[in-house]
Write a protein that binds this ligand. Sequence first.
Ligand code: HEM
Length: 603
Amino acid sequence: MNSKSLTGTPEAFGTTKKISKVFIHSTVHGGGVATWRLSKKGSTSEAGVSLVWLWLMEDVAVWEGEGIEGGGGVAPCFLAMVSDVLHKIVSTISNQWTWWWDAGNKKDEIARAVLTISILLLSIFYYRWTILKSRNRITAPLPPGPRGLPIVGYLPFLGTNLHQQFAELAHQYGPIYKLWLGEKLCVVLNSPTLAKEVTRDKDTVFSNRDPPIAALAGTYGGVDIVWAPYSSYWRTMRKVFVREMLSNTSLEDTYNLRRDEVKKTIRDLHSKIGTAVEVSEITFLTELNVVMSMLWGSTVDSQRVDSIGIEFQAVILKMVELLAKPNMSDFFPILARFDVQGVEREMKRLLQWVERILDPILEARMEISRGEGDQEDGLKRKGKKDFIQILLELKKREDVSVPITLQQIKAMLLDIVVGGTDTTATTVEWVMAELIHKPQIMKMVQEELSGIVVLKETFRLHPPLPLLVPKRPNQSSIVGRYTIPKDTRVFLNVWAMHRDPEAWDDPSEFNPERFLSDASKWDYNGNNFQFLPFGSGRRICAGIPLAEKMVMYVLASLLHSFDWKVPEGEELDLSEKFGVVMKKSKPLIAIPTQRLSSLKLYE
Ligand code: HEM
């Protein structure tokens, strides 16, 4: 056979090697060496196709070519090796026989031939049988998808509104399809059935995140909750956050704090009556102040919290923007060290900036804990802990399964500030925009405050995280009859699912009443796979109780206290701009007018 061999670690073949024909000779996993025999004339019957592209993932080979796609586990390669060994055994046995058969007897010769042929046939049958068996086991192909260009894949065709483009591709390729973005294989899922498969049936496989480099740079390598891999570390951090900060008791304890912040906002707005205000900016600051007070309110006095808020706002928005920026380093890991677009550098610079705020707060908190600060008495009198105190206590404890460091605490604090503010502010902005667009529904809400259905309908039409947070399966698996190889980036397009005409009547229409019937069916807990604004499964949003309380409280206060309209001569724009958090393409600018009869109610 006119063949040549290539050897190397699987990673060396991990990307897109253009190969004309491939005969899988043998693969040794674990040792990490793969040998491929490239052949012009050689048999390609192992794969059964003339191959054009071949990728080898850790435990699965995936091929595509001349209109045929396929995949195979390591078993066929391993079997090729087994067949080699069998061949050697047969010839060894045959050689062994020569001393035994050397008598030259014709009968013996026939017997020898029959025996040899039988052994050969048996080997062939065994080989075929095991090949077929293994093929049946792992032959699910890769999902279909657009071809793209060599090397860059589909990258040049990506538009700015990714969620909409992904929804259009689903019309063409079906509810599950793949895209190559540079060297990154991505799979997009667009149906409740598939959502259920990855977030319920195979949740452990799909509970890892696929952090972009910007996320790693902004979280000391992913030691926060959002980007941490699925691990006991993540479990501990999430548990601490949910139990200590967002338990019913904690939320009740912090009610006054939220009330005070929202009242302050309403007072402030009242002083601006008749002038145009940016709705998301107001909500953002309110939410930020609430979250910060919960995190370090007992440590930092309220005036300082306010000034930190204004500093923080700009940096958080910049961070969220960088997370969504297409970064060549993510699509071509070989370029990562050059950081061509400077995304990593910029994120690290922002992180340093955040540290300049967080470090003194943590230091002050540690001082207080050491009993050296003047505030100790005040804190004791307040009788409650803020969240950084709980985290710092956890750091000191030796009995926790996963010891935590100061960096991890900072990553987690930042996570909560970033994860909790922009999402909430954007949601309030969308609800307000939809209500200003439909004044009769705004009236309904103001009169009977059936705000919850309005909120749900807004989440349906404008889910703040339209593609959730990308997942990365920790092993290859079959979803919707297709193989999703290990380490693929998996997007769940909830935006498309929330607008699927098969699931929703008039899906593009803002109609909160659709949520009136059987309201309990439409909770946010990820059990109804047609409606997943907070995701589903183990990695579902950790902040739902606070998010719901804050959004509802701010909305009710804005709508109860004021009437709203857009400035004269301006048209309300409801178009979307893709991002990790999906915003309005133009911020909502609106004018509040007094609604309550007594000025006292605004104090
Ligand atoms: C309207 C408000 C919010 C929305 C729509 C929202 C949505 C989401 C979504 C879709 C995810 C990813 C879920 C998945 O991948 O399946 C997520 C994760 C997360 N959210 Fe939220 N969120 C909101 C508010 C908050 C708040 C207020 C906090 C904290 C104070 C928060 C903290 C988190 C955290 C820590 C995670 C990561 C969970 C994990 O990976 O285990 N979120 N959120």
